[in-house]
Design a protein around this ligand. Structure first.
Ligand code: FES
Length: 132
């Protein structure tokens, strides 16, 4: 069996939503101290809906595939739903990741959550209004 699923390879080779949103409503950055990988998520939010999302990932193939899939999963979704995105859901949508690569999908979950918290903070929204 191949180490990585077709979907992982596809999102690694052709990542969706790579880039920067200059006037982002929320930005979240996370890093993993062990591997040194860094991920940054940019969100555009209108009327509580994530209308655009872009990412920059300085990291391994699984981190790039996870970021790409995570952006696809939250685009067009309400903030409360994006807040509930788990790394498990990202990995499942990729048809799985090897166990020792699961932490790469955790970066995607955390980067999105941090971007949503940044959005809440900038707009003086109580944290629970973003679905925590
Ligand atoms: Fe660290 Fe993939 S090896 S994010």
């Amino acid at each position: 069996m191949a180490l990585y699923s077709e979907k992982v390879m596809d999102h690694f080779r052709n990542p969706r939503n790579v880039g920067v949103i200059e006037d982002a409503d929320g930005i979240g950055e996370v890093g993993n101290a062990k591997c040194g990988d860094i991920m940054r998520m940019y969100l555009k939010i209108e009327n509580d809906i994530i209308t655009d999302v872009k990412f920059e990932t300085f990291g391994c193939g699984s981190a790039i595939a996870s970021s790409s899939m995570a952006t696809e999963l939250i685009k067009g979704k309400p903030v409360s739903e994006a807040m509930k995105l788990t790394n498990k859901a990202v990995a499942e949508a990729l048809d799985g990741l090897p166990a020792y690569k699961m932490h790469c999908s955790v970066l995607a979950e955390e980067a999105i959550r941090n971007a949503l918290l940044d959005y809440a903070e900038k707009n003086n929204l109580p944290i629970d209004t973003v679905g925590m």
